[in-house]
Design a protein around this ligand. Sequence first.
Ligand code: SAH
Ligand code: SF4
Length: 413
Amino acid sequence: MQIPGHIDPVPVARDFTPRADGRVDLIGLPRARIAELFAEAGLDPRQAKLRAKQVFHWLYHRGVTEFEAMTDIAKPMRPWLTERFVIGRPEVVEAQHSTDGTRKWLLRTPDGHDFEMVFIPDADRGTLCVSSQVGCTLNCTFCHTGTMKLVRNLTPGEIVGQVMLARDALGEWPRGRMDVAEEEDEAEYTSDGRLLTNIVMMGMGEPLYNFDNVRDALRLVMDGDGLALSKRRITLSTSGVVPMMARCGEEIGVNLAVSLHATNKQVRDEIVPLNRKYGLEQLLEACAAYPGASNARRITFEYVMLKDKNDSDDDARELVRLINQFKLPAKVNLIPFNPWPGAGYECSSPERIRRFSEIVFEGGISAPVRTPRGRDIDAACGQLKTAAEKKSRAQLDREQAAVAAGHDAQAAE
Ligand code: SAH
Ligand code: SF4
């Protein structure tokens, strides 16, 4: 999957550091793995399976962070669990609030990598924008995240941990019945009145370059006895990793968003360099074949509005033509370019964006303009970038060693 070079450089994937105290973090693990760990720690297989089912429910459905809170687990069993396991959450380094209500969290992995997550409240829903990697190996020219040098895939626990942290912060874990639910399905868990109703894999990173971990995390999110969010409320955005798109549809079945951004090879090669590897036609064919796409569940094409680059009337008409040519059930999201220091682009004028949108609408395709959110705290699309790349690899290794030795990472600086 990884092709060295400018288009697709090899990610700097390093193993994350095991905890110094030897305990295992359960967050990110499925039921079956939890049962295996319980059996390895000495429970007989039947007990292990039963306990795993109970613990799974407490972890992912109720959101408890201590084994002591698991009231249907026998009292002596709880310290047994505490000695061997932990219930982790990503460390919060900073939490920011935008004037428009958008919230951004700077988070840190146990081995000292920083990444971000964003919550965008609206009148009728609330969307959590989740990161899949620290940084991104792709170099889309208009994206701040793409300029980060350090890259590491986030683990399933670090991905589902973002959603869990958001539920913590918003106080949105289901209350009520304290025993293990018999068969609780997602229908019982409605979005009525909730703040966090939707998830988009549109934070840092290319989710289809970390597919296995993203899939495992989203399975926990979609599990009726887990976070119980319907796949219809989850959207994964890709810059066009064609070979992974079918698996995404088959194995997780979430909504697909594709960062199209251009309608011809020349411009797309320039601004989304991955296009040199997987060209427009191939990409649109993969979209046409995306499992589960239909008029009821359309594919979203994201289109960033860059002044004098991709925003002409001809571009808009070509966009309509392509969508029709490939018979795609599609809608288009026009994203005004969000500036960042040193970016070589300007956002198209509001009149230009309006005209572009009109042409696409006239072609029979919905093309709303996305209102930028959280720009004042650099939380808008493409603005996410942490200071992680300012640290040298040696510094990170020192911090990692300090964490492993049980010291405060900062003390090693
Ligand atoms: N890597 C994935 C998902 C994360 S980016 C992808 O590229 O699809 C989420 C969206 O924000 C993408 O459509 C991306 O192209 C867009 N984006 C990136 N930088 C932007 C910027 N500066 N202004 C507006 N949108 C941007
Ligand atoms: Fe990576 Fe997406 Fe940014 Fe491109 S737009 S550099 S794929 S995060």
